[in-house]
Design a protein around this ligand. Structure first.
Ligand code: COA
Ligand code: ZN
Length: 307
């Protein structure tokens, strides 16, 4: 990846499907992940090994991992909340485990049923279990840009959580704007600080477009040196345990922006648009993505004929 290139990690089958009231059939999930692999993603967050009572939509995580075709060069990631989830993820032969804890105590209790400290204590046990397995690790600071219950989260507290992750030996770190509360000025400051602890090659930004600032936040982060971003096909997504949560930034909208700006992503944008247009069949409703509706800027219209 060249210095200017942007790495987009696809999260639709995890962050996207977790909030859908319908259960997307396992075979449809597998087919979509295989198609996303073919579209060029180097990283796909496939599913979550969480309690099936908490997130019934992802209860088939093990079957999905067993059914997908592993494309060489693609890292298949699973979200893991606790040691039991890590055990299930290792049995399913995931490539990477994404550990998630919120900086906000209130959101972590709502989402994970425990304090952030208890989550992170569990991560310590998971890091021991993962050692020597060849499975890589990512850890996410959720609600890093604001909590829907508590509001602003102090940057020092966010950085302290990043440092705790690094001390545990976690290789990759994500800062997540769980309910789209971030603004570009805040993003510039927090990401610049995070980049003093975590290199751009292992720092991911996870934005939601809840208030329409998703791509503006991407550009703010990119400007200060961030290069890795989560996004969901069609702009699906949202945390079921955060009131008012809505979609991630939309993959094909982000890929289109990058392409128009001459920033390489390695993705097949036409293929992404085709896959996005098929999402309503899977989830039963329209999806927020805009480029799949409008077409690309190069998709010109016929000149109106004079009457
Ligand atoms: N996978 C599957 N089952 C799990 C599990 C996991 N990772 N962790 C716990 N369980 C099961 C336990 O075995 C137990 O089952 P039982 O009732 O049949 O005995 C039950 O869940 C309760 O276990 P407990 O440890 O008390 O967990 P909890 O009910 O306090 O839930 C979490 C804690 C973390 C498992 C749950 O809150 C969760 O899955 N949260 C994830 C939320 C999420 O995905 N949010 C969106 C992404 S950020
Ligand atoms: Zn999210």
């Amino acid at each position: 990846m060249s210095g200017d290139a942007m790495l987009i990690q696809e999260v639709a089958t995890r962050d996207g499907f977790q909030i859908e009231p319908v259960f997307v059939e396992t075979a449809d999930k597998i087919a979509l992940i295989d198609a996303l692999s073919a579209a060029g993603f180097s990283r796909i967050e496939v599913s979550s090994f969480v309690s099936p009572k908490a997130v019934p939509a992802l209860r088939d995580a093990a079957e999905v991992f067993a059914g997908i075709t592993r494309r060489p060069g693609t890292v298949y990631v699973a979200l893991v909340p606790n040691p039991k989830g890590a055990e299930r993820a290792l049995a399913a032969k995931v490539d990477e485990i994404n550990l998630v804890a919120s900086v906000s105590e209130t959101h972590n209790r709502a989402n994970m049923g425990m304090t952030p400290a208890a989550s992170i204590e569990g991560f310590g046990k998971i890091m021991e279990a993962v050692k020597g397995s060849g499975v890589s690790t990512n850890a996410t600071v959720a609600t890093a840009f604001g909590c829907p219950f508590e509001g602003d989260q102090p940057a020092d507290k966010v950085m302290a959580q990043v440092e705790r992750y690094l001390a545990l030996g976690v290789e990759n770190v994500t800062l997540a704007d769980t309910t789209g509360m971030a603004n570009p000025r805040q993003v510039e400051a927090l990401v610049a600080r995070a980049l003093t602890l975590v290199p751009a090659s292992t720092l991911t930004l996870h934005f939601h477009n809840t208030r329409g600032l998703g791509l503006a936040n991407v550009l703010a982060a990119y400007k200060v040196g961030a290069r890795r971003f989560d996004a969901a096909l069609g702009g699906l997504g949202g945390c079921p345990f955060a009131p008012g949560a809505t979609g991630n930034i939309c993959t094909e909208d982000l890929a289109n922006m990058a392409e128009e700006m001459g920033i390489a992503t390695g993705l097949d944008l036409e293929a992404l648009i085709g896959l996005s247009r098929d999402l309503p069949r899977l989830v039963g409703h329209d999806v927020p993505g805009q480029v799949a509706k409008a077409g690309r800027p190069c998709d010109l219209h016929p000149i109106p004929q004079a009457a």
